[in-house]
Design a protein around this ligand. Structure first.
Ligand code: ATP
Length: 256
């Protein structure tokens, strides 16, 4: 492992090169490569078992890759411990909301904001005010200002998901990995989630995993398609929808 390399003018926040993950002889990820530009959105799709979650686990250091490299912000982070990868600025949201049920919405965001590695550097007089302002701005962004004093356990399902997206953002991570952020949501909530994700771009790069093609359409971002652990196609939603190979492996299926 090389020493940490400082930020370079590289346009890519994330580069995956030849990632291979082997579970006792089964290649869940097979020589997979892709890049993601700073501040941009990418949607990763593929049928059940394609390897999407395993790929996120590999990026964040939860699963070790047998071959290939993960480069984040110009530094090789392949197979570093998860806490170190999180410290460098990648945060992952899982399908099930991981909010703290007995804390209020505002306090959930405060807890996450205190994990912001940039914030810890300046624990001076202004820090508390800065932190509070950041949390109020986030409450507004995720549409939960009026629910700030509500216990997280009393939120509706969609609201919990938005709170967790807010918590991921509050950590100050530059790359957000969102695994099925609209799981269990209706069309209105799904649409609101797409708008929320768009509002994060520029300051954050976002990699979304999702099965729901209506949501993928609404996100309108570049799509990368995985199949059997391999890179299959990449392009606009229209490109991948029109691709016969993609249709054969994925788009012919209903939402799973
Ligand atoms: N720890 C593990 N040990 C062995 N095989 C695993 C392990 N984790 C995942 N797999 C297998 O690796 C393959 C990829 O799984 P993964 O969960 O990454 O797919 P996915 O694209 O995220 O699927 P889904 O959309 O259903 O969540 C599957 O065949 C799965 O059974």
């Amino acid at each position: 492992m090389n020493a940490y390399t400082p930020v370079t003018p590289d346009p890519y926040i994330l580069k995956l090169d030849g990632i291979t993950v082997d579970f006792d002889g089964f290649k869940a990820i097979d020589n997979f490569s892709m890049t993601l530009e700073r501040g941009q959105l990418r949607v990763l799709i593929g049928p059940n078992g394609a390897g999407k979650s395993t790929l996120c686990d590999t990026i964040i250091g939860r699963v070790q890759s047998a071959a290939g490299t993960v480069t984040f912000n110009g530094a090789d982070i392949t197979n570093l411990p998860e806490f170190e990868i999180v410290r460098r600025g990648i945060c992952r949201k899982f399908q099930t909301p991981g909010v703290l049920p007995s804390l209020t919405v505002r306090d959930n965001l405060l807890v996450s904001a205190r994990r912001d590695r940039r914030w810890w550097k300046g624990l001076g007089h202004g820090a508390k005010r800065e932190e509070a302002e950041k949390v109020e701005a986030l409450l507004d962004k995720i549409g939960l200002t009026e629910r700030a004093e509500t216990f997280a356990r009393d939120l509706a399902h969609g609201e919990k998901q938005w709170l967790e997206i807010g918590m991921v953002v509050a950590t100050g991570a530059e790359l957000l990995l969102l695994d099925e952020p609209t799981a269990g949501m209706g069309p209105n909530e799904t649409s609101k989630t797409a708008k929320l994700i768009h509002s994060l771009l520029g300051d954050h790069a976002v990699l979304v995993i999702d099965h729901d093609m209506a949501f993928v359409e609404e996100l309108g971002a570049k799509v990368t398609v995985m199949h059997q652990g391999k890179f299959l196609k990449q392009g606009s939603v229209a490109d991948v929808r029109a691709d016969p190979e993609v249709a054969a492996v994925y788009l012919g299926r209903a939402k799973e």
